[in-house]
Design a protein around this ligand. Structure first.
Ligand code: ZN
Length: 289
């Protein structure tokens, strides 16, 4: 998700500086980071900001540790070393810790698509078990997520715009959530406008085709004085209006005739019928319509 990078970076910048105020949540944050690490024994991430956030939580829990920068084939990794994770322990089962664990996982390995794009938030993990655990955590936060396999690894994937918005709020990204929602509104409005334009174009097309057919009918009737004279007055008036105002739509013609749109539509339909009727045949005309 290359296009996602700048928005992901802003979300990380919003998340990273906040060390959870509760000890249980600090433990859960580090737990979430370990869950998505390629080495379960420690925190290993391609993101310096994530390693720093892990260090802040560890230090707040008085667990000594340091970060090793290890050049890797594709991207440099930052590995938290020397920490006694057993002494640190895990987070609680409370929702404060569930949020914090997902937040840690996102900090270390999450990405989110730019607002206005197809909604998508995902967290890469090293195992099916880790993906399922995070998906379950998200489910308890009312966010629908699925664990999926991906080339050589696993990930947790959140796909609907409702779920992505809820996930951002759950892990504490309020600014990012607002930006995401603004993008969603723009996206919705844009697709609505496109749908409307398409519908209106189709309508215009239909109106134009009907106008051409009606003009042909009126011309044919006017060329045959017998049939023209036989038209009921309301139809003759409609024919004259159509001839004088070839580009009027139905509503405009109806206004000129002082009748309803449906009445005008009926008259024009009957004019077409009269023109295509056999020469000399009588035009049926109930009332003045
Ligand atoms: Zn907690």
């Amino acid at each position: 998700m290359a296009d996602a990078e700048s928005f992901t970076r802003r979300v990380l910048a919003e998340l990273a500086p906040h060390t959870p105020p509760l000890g249980c949540c600090r433990r859960a944050l580090v737990e979430g980071m370990r869950l998505v690490s390629d080495r379960a024994s420690t925190v290993s991430t391609t993101r310096m900001v994530a390693a720093r956030a892990a260090m802040s939580s560890l230090h707040a829990e008085r667990i000594p540790a340091h970060v090793l920068r290890t050049p890797a084939a594709r991207r440099t990794r930052y590995v938290v070393s020397g920490a006694d994770f057993d002494a640190l322990g895990a987070g609680s089962a409370r929702s404060c810790c569930t949020r914090s664990r997902v937040r840690g996982a996102f900090l270390a390995a999450g990405t989110v698509a730019r607002p206005g794009r197809e909604p998508h938030l995902e967290i890469a993990t090293a195992s099916e078990e880790a993906s399922r655990r995070i998906a379950e955590d998200l489910a308890t936060l009312d966010v629908r997520a699925v664990a999926r396999r991906r080339r050589g690894g696993w990930l947790v994937s959140v796909r609907s715009s409702h779920a992505v918005g809820a996930a951002l709020s759950s892990i504490g990204v309020q600014g990012g959530r607002l930006e995401f929602e603004a993008g969603r509104v723009v996206r919705d409005v844009r697709s609505h406008v496109n749908r409307r334009l398409n519908a209106e174009t189709a309508n215009l097309h239909r109106t134009a085709q009907a106008g051409v057919r009606q003009m042909a009918a009126v011309t044919a009737l006017a060329l045959d004085p017998g049939r023209w004279e036989a038209l009921p007055p309301a139809l003759r008036e409609a024919a004259q209006l159509r001839r004088r105002h070839p580009h009027d739509d139905l509503a405009a013609l109806a206004r000129r005739a002082g009748c309803s749109r449906s009445a005008m539509a009926g008259r024009l339909r009957r004019l077409e019928g009269a023109a295509s009727a056999e020469r000399g045949a009588r035009v049926e005309s109930p009332g003045t319509r």
